[in-house]
Unconditional design. Structure first.
Length: 69
């Protein structure tokens, strides 16, 4: 995992929220941006704040695990 501070420029990343975000409070969500080497994650309520990145395969495993009932 790679931690990034708010001072690092992430403006080139294309952030998106999950289609499963709660529409009653759209700010209550995480956002992700994918690159060839990693998936970047940040808090949508604090877009300029800290974020982290994980390798694509690790993210795929996490999503598979999290989606299990």
């Amino acid at each position: 995992m790679i931690l990034k501070s708010a001072a690092e420029d992430g403006s080139a990343l294309r952030w998106r929220k999950s289609s499963h975000s709660d529409s009653s409070d759209p700010s209550d969500c995480v956002e992700v941006a994918t690159t060839s080497g990693a998936v970047h994650v940040r808090d949508s309520k604090n877009a300029a704040g800290p974020r982290f990145a994980v390798a694509g395969p690790a993210w795929t495993e996490f999503v598979a695990y999290a989606s299990q009932g």
